[in-house]
Design a protein around this ligand. Sequence first.
Ligand SMILES: O=C(O)CCc1cccc(O)c1O
Ligand SMILES: [Fe+2]
Length: 314
Amino acid sequence: MPVAVCALSHSPLIGFNHPAKAVEERVEKVFEHARGFIAAFDPDLVVLFAPDHYNGFFYDMMPPFCIGTRATALGDYDTPAGELSVAKSARTLAKDVLAAGIDVAVSERMYVDHGFAQPLQLLFGGLDRVPVIPVFINSVAAPLCPVGRVRQLGTAIGHASAHLDEQRVLFLGSGGLSHDPPVPQLENATEEVAARLIDGRNPTPEERARRQARVIASGLDLAAGTSSMQPINPEWDQQFLDVVSAGELRLVDGWSTEWFAEQAGHSSHEVRTWIAAYAAMAARGKYVMNYRFYEPVPEWVAGFAVTTAVSADA
Ligand SMILES: O=C(O)CCc1cccc(O)c1O
Ligand SMILES: [Fe+2]
């Protein structure tokens, strides 16, 4: 039963902010490569690991992990809105992961943002083109669980995936790498911001537009060198890719959340989605990372990486 991985950064600023033409052309070729890889693999199920940015998940009920048995994308930053075609096997997967001792939450009404919608749009051309099991991994709302637990979640999902009806499973990770966009934090938040983080569902179009404009402007500032945001850390990013490429995922168990934030910015926790995707792959046997692209793109506030992997014996 063949399995594969595609893990990639997302950025909602793609299409809003424009880096040098050569960069945009390079990245478009990289997406084309990833689309070709996935088309050739021809998955009948995608297990999609992604974070949220206070659009679908809030502090009124913030789980470390959540499997969506149904899911709707909100359509932030002009990403597509609507239902994902969640596979029936999502329920089986949740049951098996819980039986393996990983306390994953389950949602029959999971709302997801660009973290899920962008890779589905870029790689498949829409939200409903392929059966998917969406797996939310909290990567912004402190306190976060130890990153080793994310590895274990991935491992449990990998093992469980071997018993599903679907035969060809793509583990898809969305997020990272080093970046520090202006996502608010509950600690030291004003009452107004705290209220939005606790239960900020259904902002008015004006509120959403204001927030998005602020994030878009932050990318231009970062590129211009006029930002107080933490810079992208290409060395950290390459080292992370080295670890994943070498299959040394157990190393992540020694990484503290503080270390991530110091080295690579608060949103670098989004690489949790990569760790889960690659751990799931590793649970199905040795893998080889057969494609690796990396480029820091400050306009998009992203250490931008795209990787794919196949089974070593494939
Ligand atoms: O709108 C937000 O809250 C954050 C948006 C955002 C920006 C750059 C890179 C990301 O990965 C990301 O998610
Ligand atoms: Fe993100």
